[in-house]
Design a protein around this ligand. Structure first.
Ligand code: C3B
Length: 808
C-alpha cells in the first residue's frame, strides 16, 4: 500500500493550502463547494503521483497495455471510492472533522456523471476499477458528453426528461489535455497518390473537428496502480467566428462552426439498445475510435518504434459491444495508409490486437448503418470495409451445402447496410458473451454461423461487479459487520466472503445481519421521504426491481403482481399478505413508448394503493425517480427481494442481480442471464426460481400458439381483471388509462410471456414472502447469498479477460 499522507496533520496542512489556492479565500470564508473541489483536487493530484509511478513501472517492465473502448462509462461518484482504495478514508474524515467539515456532507457535492445508460456502461466502469486493482495497465477510452443521460422527473406519474448538466460546476477529477488533441476528418473524397514509389490512398476535402481528451484517474484498491480513463470531447479545429454575421445580429450564425463541432459530444444517446441511422451517433463512434486509436498508437510508437508486428504483443484493444466496431477498419487504415503496411500484414496485426464482447441478442441492438450514410461520412473507411467484405466472400468455404446461407448470415455488407456485429466478429480474435446462457445462445443462435466457422474465437466471460463500491462503500453497516467477522481480506479478494459461511448458524450474528439491513432500510426510507414525500415503513419487506425499463425485463409482470395482491386483498380481507414495500426505479428511453407507459402505470397504481387506507398496513408502492449510480448505492443495500424476472433467454447477464445478491437480497427470478450462475453458487434453496425456461420460451414461440385470449377468459377474477383494469377507471385517476399496454399484451399475443408466467410468479412471491416471518432463517439465506457472491466480483471477471483474451 502506498502512503498517501504521512499523517492527519500533513493532510490538514495540504488540504488547507489546496482550499486557499483554489478559492483564494481563507478557509473560514469558503463554501462547501469550494471545499469539495479542493478536496478532490488534492486527492486527484496525489493519485496522479501514483499514476506517474505506475506509468514508469509499465514502461520499465514492458507490460502489455489494455485499452477498453466503450461509448459509455457510467463511473458514478469517485471520491468515496478513491478514499477507500487509497486507504485514507478514516484519516481524511478525521482531518476534515478537525476543520469542522463533514466528509459525507462534502461528498454530496460530487456530480454523478451519467456517461452511460445502464448495465453496459456500468460494467465498463467496474472493469476500470478491477483492472487497476489487478495491476493491469488498463485504460478506458470513451466519450465526454456535455450532457449525460437525461434526468428523469415524474409528472402525473409519467416520465419527463430534462438535461443533465453535470458539468455546470466543473469536474475537478478531469484534466484537459489539449496537447494530445487529434484532428478527425469527416466526409470528403478519397484520392490516390504516389508515395515512395507506391500507390497510396488519402482522403481530401474533409470537414475536420478536433477531438480533445480529458483524463480522469482510476485508482486501484491498495494504491499500487493508478490508471486513467480518457474521454474525448469534440471542438472546432480553429476558431472561426463569423464577425459579419455577429454584426448583423445573427449570433447563432456567428458561432455556427463551433456549435456544429461541439454537437458531436453534446449528448449521450438515451437508447439502451439500438440507435440507428443517426449521423451524429456515427460521428461519435468514429470520433472516439479514431482519436483513441491515434493515442494508443502514439504511445506504442514512443515505446517500441514502428515495428507494428509487435503491436499485439504490447497492446490489446477491447471493443465493448459494436459501438467501437470501427476499430478494425480504422486500425487497417492507419497501418496501410499511414504506415505503409501491406494488407495481409496489417490484417494479421489488427485481428490479433482486437477482441469483442457482445452484450445482447436483441435484434434491434445489433447495429446496422445504411451504406449510403456510412460511405459519405467515412469514404476511406468504407473502402476498407468493402475490401474486408470482399475477402470474406472470396475466401469463404463453399464446400458445405448451406454455404450460401452461412455467407448471408455473416456478411459485413448486406441489404444496403453495414452490419457492425459481423464486422466486430471478423476483425477480432476473441468474441465473448457475458453469462453462460448468453454465450450458449450466441453460439447456438445469434452468431451461430460464425461459431461454426471459427469456434475457437468464442468464449464466455460472466460479468462481475465492483464489490468495493457496491458492498464496502454502499453498505457500511454490513461491511463493518463482515470485517469484524472475517477481517479486511475480502476487500482485496472477494472470494474471502465465503468465510461468512461459518457464521450462518450463529444466532447473534444473524441478528446483526438483520439489524444492518434494517439500518439501510431506514436510510432509504429517509431518502424516499426527502425525494418523493412518501412514507415507507422499514419494517415491511423491501421488494426491489431497479434497472432500465424494457418489455423483456418485465416490470409489467411485477406491477401485475402488485395489482393482483391489491385486488385479492380488497375482495378478501382475510387474504394474508406479508407487509411489503414494492420499490421500482429506472429510466425508459425517451422514444420507447411501451416502457414509458409501464412507468406511468406503476406510478398510477402507486397513487391508488398508497392512498387506500384499507391496504396500507400491508402494501405500498414506491417509484424512486432518476435512478443513477449514487441512489443505486442506497437502494441495493436495503433490498430483501431482488426481482430478476426477465423472459428467459432475453437478459444477457444482468448485473443488478449480482449487486443485490452481494447485499444479501434473495433473488426472485427466472432461469435467465447470470441468475443461473447465482442459483448454482448459492443453491436453489436460497433463491426463488419460477417461470418458463429458455427452451420452453423457444418452443412456445415456435409453436405460434395464441394463448392470450384463453388466459384472459380463463381467469376472470385475477388475470382477466388486471387486464380490464388497464382500461377501466381503477388506475386511471392520475393521468388516464392504459390502452396501449392492453393492446400490446392482447393483440401481440403476450410477446414477453407476462401472462404465461403470471401465476407461477405470484405463487413464488407468496411462498417467498411467507417465509420472511422466520427472521433467523431469512437472515441465514441473506448471509449465504453474500457468502456465495465473491465470484461475482469484477476482479474475477477481469482476471479471466486478462488470462484468456488479452494475455496481459
Ligand atoms: C446490458 C444487458 O442488457 C445486460 O444483460 C448485461 O448485464 C449488461 O449489458 C452488461 O453486459 N446491455 C446494455 O446495458 N446496453 C446494451 N446496448 C446492450 C446490453
Amino acid at each position: 500500500m502506498n502512503t498517501v499522507f504521512e499523517s492527519k496533520e500533513e493532510f490538514i496542512e495540504l488540504y488547507e493550502s489546496s482550499v486557499m489556492s483554489l478559492s483564494g479565500k481563507p478557509f473560514e470564508d469558503t463554501s462547501d463547494i469550494d471545499r469539495f473541489n479542493a478536496l478532490v483536487k488534492l486527492i486527484a493530484s496525489k493519485s496522479r503521483a501514483i499514476q506517474t509511478e505506475t506509468e514508469e513501472r509499465v514502461k520499465e517492465t514492458g507490460q502489455k497495455r489494455v485499452y477498453y473502448f466503450s461509448i459509455e462509462f457510467l463511473i458514478g461518484r469517485l471520491l468515496d471510492n478513491y478514499l477507500l482504495n487509497l486507504g485514507i478514508r478514516d484519516l481524511v474524515k478525521d482531518g476534515l472533522a478537525e476543520l469542522g467539515c463533514d466528509l459525507d456532507a462534502l461528498e454530496e457535492y460530487e456530480p454523478d456523471p451519467a456517461l452511460g445508460n445502464g448495465g453496459l456502461g456500468r460494467l465498463a466502469a467496474c472493469f476500470l476499477d478491477s483492472m487497476a486493482h489487478e495491476g493491469i495497465a488498463g485504460y478506458g477510452n470513451g466519450m465526454r458528453y456535455r450532457y449525460g443521460l437525461f434526468k428523469q422527473e415524474i409528472v402525473n406519474g409519467a416520465q419527463h426528461e430534462t438535461t443533465d448538466e453535470w458539468l455546470s460546476h466543473g469536474y475537478p477529477w478531469e484534466v484537459r489535455r489539449p496537447d494530445k488533441a487529434v484532428r478527425i476528418g469527416f466526409g470528403g473524397h478519397v484520392e490516390q497518390y504516389e508515395r515512395d514509389g507506391r500507390m497510396c490512398f488519402r482522403t481530401v476535402d474533409t470537414e475536420d473537428v478536433l477531438a480533445v481528451p480529458y483524463d480522469i484517474p482510476v485508482v486501484g484498491y491498495g494504491a499500487e496502480t493508478v490508471n486513467k480513463l480518457r474521454v474525448w470531447s469534440a471542438e472546432p479545429v480553429e476558431e472561426v467566428f463569423d464577425l459579419e454575421a455577429f454584426n448583423r445580429g445573427d449570433y447563432a450564425a456567428a458561432d455556427r462552426h463551433r456549435a456544429e463541432a461541439e454537437a458531436i459530444s453534446a449528448i449521450l444517446y438515451p437508447n439502451d439498445a439500438g440507435e440507428h441511422g443517426r449521423l451524429l451517433r456515427l460521428k461519435q463512434e468514429y470520433l472516439f475510435v479514431s482519436a483513441g486509436l491515434s493515442s494508443v498508437l502514439d504511445t506504442f510508437r514512443s515505446e517500441h518504434g514502428s515495428d507494428w508486428k509487435l503491436l499485439p504483443q504490447y497492446v490489446a484493444i477491447h471493443t465493448n459491444d459494436t459501438h467501437p466496431a470501427m476499430c478494425g477498419p480504422e486500425l487497417m487504415r492507419v497501418l496501410i495508409d499511414e504506415e505503409g503496411l501491406e494488407w495481409d500484414e496489417a490484417w494479421d496485426i489488427t485481428t490479433k490486437t482486437i477482441s469483442y464482447t457482445n452484450h445482447t441478442i436483441l435484434p434491434e441492438a445489433l447495429e446496422k448503418w445504411p451504406i449510403d450514410t456510412f460511405s459519405k461520412l467515412l469514404p476511406r473507411l468504407y473502402m476498407i470495409i468493402e475490401e474486408i467484405s470482399r475477402r470474406w466472400r472470396d475466401d469463404f468455404d463453399r464446400s458445405a451445402p448451406d454455404w450460401q446461407d452461412r455467407l448471408r448470415q455473416t456478411a459485413v455488407l448486406w441489404d444496403g447496410q453495414v452490419r457492425m456485429a459481423c464486422l466486430s466478429v471478423i476483425c477480432s480474435h476473441s468474441v465473448n458473451g457475458v453469462a453462460k446462457i448468453h454465450t450458449d445462445i450466441l453460439k447456438r443462435d445469434t452468431l451461430k454461423d460464425f461459431y461454426v466457422l471459427t469456434p475457437e474465437k468464442f468464449n464466455n466471460k460472466t460479468n462481475g461487479i465492483a464489490h468495493r463500491r457496491f458492498l464496502a462503500e454502499a453498505n457500511p453497516a454490513y461491511a463493518k459487520l463482515i470485517t469484524e467477522a472475517i477481517g479486511t481480506g475480502w476487500l482485496d479478494n472477494a472470494d474471502e466472503l465465503a468465510k461468512l459461511v461459518e457464521f450462518e448458524n450463529d444466532p447473534a450474528f444473524l441478528e446483526q445481519v438483520g439489524r444492518a439491513k434494517h439500518d439501510n432500510k431506514v436510510r432509504l426510507a429517509n431518502y424516499v421521504k426527502r425525494e418523493c414525500g412518501l412514507d415507507i415503513d422499514p419494517n415491511t419487506i423491501f421488494d426491489v426491481q431497479v434497472k432500465r425499463f424494457h418489455a423483456y425485463k418485465r416490470q409489467l409482470l411485477n406491477i401485475f403482481k402488485v395489482m393482483d395482491i391489491y385486488n385479492r386483498r380488497l375482495t378478501d380481507p382475510n387474504f394474508r399478505v406479508a407487509p411489503t414495500t414494492f420499490i421500482f426505479s429506472g429510466k425508459a428511453a425517451s422514444s420507447y413508448a411501451f416502457a414509458k407507459e409501464t412507468i406511468r402505470l406503476i406510478n398510477s397504481v402507486a397513487d391508488v394503493i398508497n392512498n387506500d387506507s384499507r391496504v396500507n398496513g400491508v402494501m405500498k408502492v414506491c417509484f424512486i425517480p432518476n435512478f443513477r449510480v449514487s441512489n443505486a448505492q442506497l437502494i441495493y443495500p436495503s433490498a430483501e427481494i431482488s426481482e430478476q424476472i426477465s423472459t428467459a433467454g432475453m437478459e444477457a447477464s444482468g448485473t443488478s442481480n449480482m449487486k443485490l445478491m452481494m447485499n444479501g437480497a434473495i433473488t426472485l427470478g427466472t432461469m435467465d442471464g447470470a441468475n443461473i450462475e447465482i442459483v448454482n453458487l448459492a443453491g436453489r434453496e436460497n433463491e426463488k426460481i419460477f417461470g418458463l425456461t429458455a427452451p420452453e420460451v423457444d418452443e412456445l414461440r415456435a409453436s405460434g400458439m395464441h394463448f392470450a385470449w384463453d388466459m384472459y377468459n380463463g381467469d376472470p377474477d385475477r388475470l382477466g381483471r388486471i387486464i380490464d383494469e388497464l382500461t377501466d377507471d381503477t388506475f386511471a385517476g392520475l393521468s388516464g388509462s392504459f390502452e396501449s399496454i392492453r393492446h400490446e399484451i392482447m393483440l401481440n399475443n403476450d410477446a414477453d410471456f407476462v401472462m404465461k408466467d403470471f401465476h407461477t410468479y405470484v405463487e413464488a412471491w407468496e411462498e417467498l414472502t411467507a417465509s420472511y416471518s422466520d427472521h433467523a432463517a431469512w437472515n441465514k439465506m441473506a448471509l449465504h447469498n453474500t457468502a456465495s457472491s465473491g465470484w461475482f466480483s469484477s476482479d474475477r471477471t477481469i482476471r479471466e479477460y486478462r488470462d484468456e483474451i488479452w494475455g496481459a
